[in-house]
Design a protein around this ligand. Structure first.
Ligand SMILES: Nc1nc2c(ncn2[C@@H]2O[C@H](COP(=O)(O)OP(=O)(O)OP(=O)(O)O)[C@@H](O)[C@H]2O)c(=O)[nH]1
Ligand SMILES: [Zn+2]
Length: 365
């Protein structure tokens, strides 16, 4: 069995990070102390080497996660070992706060990476959710998370077939809630917008789909994969025998190119973590705030407040201002709970991303 790793997103840029004498592979699933990986010569179940074990004992963000590119070394006893996690270009990091079973909080300061090297973050929000319309606040939150990961958000208003009239207005409202972000209406049922979504994965890009339960994420993955989802999970052995593989359940290669990462962790990611991405989602308000007379304006009745002026003119919806205040409070709170180590990891991540952006001379693919 062999794989063309470029169809899994391997690039020359990443190859430059590969230590001599090692073999590149992409993590499709993790277990305790071991991972399923895809290398050019096939799929392997590999244990973590001493270096990975040591690094992750000190800092759990060093643990391999789905989507990671890793370096394998061949051991004399005739198997690979996962020797190193190659630098991540993007990462979903669950912050240093965990919720216990009764909803309490423990500020344990332990970050965890849920998915790495995700290029496109689809934010799926149903046009209708039981009897409610699309939730703009939820979109803002998930778009913030997407920016924070370093990936490019794309909002998909799913189940668009549930709308007869007014879909255009809804999409316009969503656009206003996510400035600078592409917004498309999608119906997996009718197939509308599915090809458009697929287009974002050209060039063997990797995507995740965030969104509430019932947003139609699984249905969209199936629509993107055509009837091929099972087929792509079957890999022909060199001897011509069909062979079922199971490792692709979390890193799903699409027949038309590109990959989707779908794990329980990434599905729950919206329940946690909010941070720097907030400024970016509310860039319109940040721009207004820069015009306020006082640098530390609280937009709470101070004279010369550009934010409240925009509100009065009707240029800024009240809902959006409230949403911004709420997410900012949350971000500040989260930041106070996140230890310095995790912040450093985030900063390094952004450094890499910004370097990458400057290098490629663009902000979005
Ligand atoms: N009308 C309509 N229904 C859809 C569409 N896409 C999905 N559904 C339905 O919505 C329900 C939820 O879809 P799923 O794909 O399971 O949603 P999900 O986001 O994966 O949900 P979780 O697995 O709970 O996270 C199912 O009954 C689907 O048949 C669509 O485009 N139009
Ligand atoms: Zn102000």
């Amino acid at each position: 069995m062999s794989y063309d790793l470029s169809s899994f997103g391997w690039t020359d840029l990443r190859a430059a990070d590969l230590p001599d004498g090692t073999v590149p592979a992409r993590v499709s699933r993790v277990d305790r102390g071991a991972a399923e990986v895809i290398a050019a010569d096939g799929q392997h179940h590999v244990r973590y080497g001493a270096r990975v074990r040591r690094a992750s004992a000190a800092d759990p963000v060093a643990l391999p996660c789905v989507g990671d590119w890793v370096a394998l070394t061949w051991l004399p006893e005739g198997r690979y070992e996962l020797d190193e996690v190659l630098p991540r270009t993007t990462a979903f990091v669950r912050g240093g706060v965990s919720r216990d079973s009764v909803g309490g909080l423990s500020g344990d300061g332990q970050g965890q990476v849920l998915a790495a090297n995700v290029d496109i973050v689809f934010v799926a929000e149903p046009s209708m959710h039981s009897t409610d319309f699309a939730d703009l606040g939820r979109i803002e939150r998930l778009v913030a998370l997407a920016w924070e990961s370093g990936g490019t958000p794309v909002v998909l208003v799913t189940k668009s077939d549930l709308f007869e009239d007014g879909l255009d207005d809804l999409v316009a409202d969503v656009r206003a809630a996510a400035p600078g972000v592409a917004v498309h209406a999608v119906s997996s049922l009718l197939g509308d917008g599915v090809e458009l979504a697929r287009g974002y994965l050209e060039g063997s890009r990797t995507a995740v789909i965030l969104g509430p339960s019932g947003a139609g994420k699984s249905t969209l993955v199936n629509a993107l994969a055509g009837d091929g989802v099972m087929e792509t999970q079957q890999v022909r052995a060199a001897d011509g025998r069909g062979r079922h593989t199971t490792v692709h359940r979390e890193l799903i290669p699409l027949p038309g190119g590109g990959l989707v990462i779908d794990t329980p962790g990434i599905r729950r990611v919206g329940l946690y973590d909010i941070g720097e991405g907030v400024d970016r989602v509310f860039s319109d308000i940040e721009d207004l705030a820069a015009e306020c007379r006082f640098g530390d304006c609280g937009h709470d009745g101070e004279p010369g407040c550009a934010v409240l002026a925009a509100l009065e003119r009707g240029d800024l919806p009240e809902r959006r201002l409230q949403s911004w205040r709420k997410l900012q409070r949350e971000a500040v709170w989260m930041a106070s709970r996140t230890d310095a180590r995790l912040r450093k990891e985030q900063q390094n991540k952004w450094k890499i991303i910004h370097k990458e952006m400057r290098r490629s001379g663009r902000n979005r693919p």
